[in-house]
Design a protein around this ligand. Structure first.
Ligand code: UDP
Length: 242
């Protein structure tokens, strides 16, 4: 079941459904692309055909963010809950601790992915993180070396934290050749898990104000967030048409 938000098909899944998808993808062993989609990216895709294509070709698109939850209600086809990249990563870590799934962390500034891996090991002593790499690749040689490192590590799940939509383009480009069953873009998650950036308190997440917390912590996000009212305007307009 999906809800079409301005041309972007969002799966009406909750966290349990998303985890079930991951489990199945690992069993099937064919490369799958999971996007945790927020309103900013849907808005950007309105004028970026290639991005809209990638969203439409993704194997699972989860509702990430208050804007997407709001839009699904507005369109009369509500999603059950937010399934954000960081929450999905935390749940995967928990499950990987029990199942032995191999994880690879790619992205964020040098050292951050490794720190995030260390932090998760403190909570999940059996977790198998088979490799980490920063996300600032400059040359083709660096990229070739990274692809080789990932291939040799043979993860079940590749977590790509380059920010959206850079990570979506990266996954699209490399997914088939790498052949890893689960590929997920997780934005700034490693910054938070490593402890370099605080996440909004639980109560703010619950009342859909996580975006406000992020804005206060990182005021440079302001420009990006201007997309949200524009996104809401387009959704309103589309409900009037139908
Ligand atoms: N990043 C990266 N390579 C780049 C540009 C950005 O690894 O070339 C990382 C950056 O260090 C940060 C993440 O991508 O960890 C982007 O985080 P942001 O919170 O902006 O992403 P969002 O969650 O909003 O998609």
């Amino acid at each position: 079941m999906k809800v079409n938000i301005l041309g972007a098909p969002v799966d009406r899944v909750d966290m349990e459904g998303a985890l079930h998808f991951v489990e199945k993808a690992i069993t099937e062993n064919k490369p799958k692309h999971i996007i945790t989609l927020n309103a900013e990216i849907i808005y950007q895709a309105q004028s970026e055909t290639e991005l809209m294509e990638i969203i439409n070709q993704a194997d699972l698109v989860t509702p990430d963010g208050a804007g997407v939850v709001w839009a699904s209600k507005e369109l009369g086809n509500p999603v059950p809950e937010r399934v954000t990249g960081i929450d999905l990563l935390q749940e995967i870590a928990k499950k990987a601790n029990a199942t032995g799934w191999r994880l690879f962390f790619f992205g964020a500034a040098p050292g951050v992915a490794a720190e995030a891996a260390e932090k998760l090991k403190e909570s999940y002593s059996n977790i198998n993180i088979v490799g980490t790499h920063h996300g600032f690749i400059k040359t083709q040689a660096d990229e070739d070396q990274l692809l080789q490192q990932i291939s040799e590590a043979k993860p079940h799940i590749l977590l790509v934290a380059l920010g959206a939509p850079r990570q979506e383009y990266w996954i699209k480009k490399h997914k088939e050749k790498l052949g890893i069953p689960v590929n997920i873009g997780v934005g700034g998650s490693f910054d938070v898990i490593s402890g370099r950036i605080d996440r909004a308190p639980k109560w703010m997440q619950k009342v859909q104000l996580e975006w406000l917390y992020r804005l206060i912590k990182e005021p440079t996000r302001f420009k990006r967030m201007l997309a949200l009212p524009k996104f809401m305007g387009l959704v309103k307009k589309s409900t009037k048409k139908s």
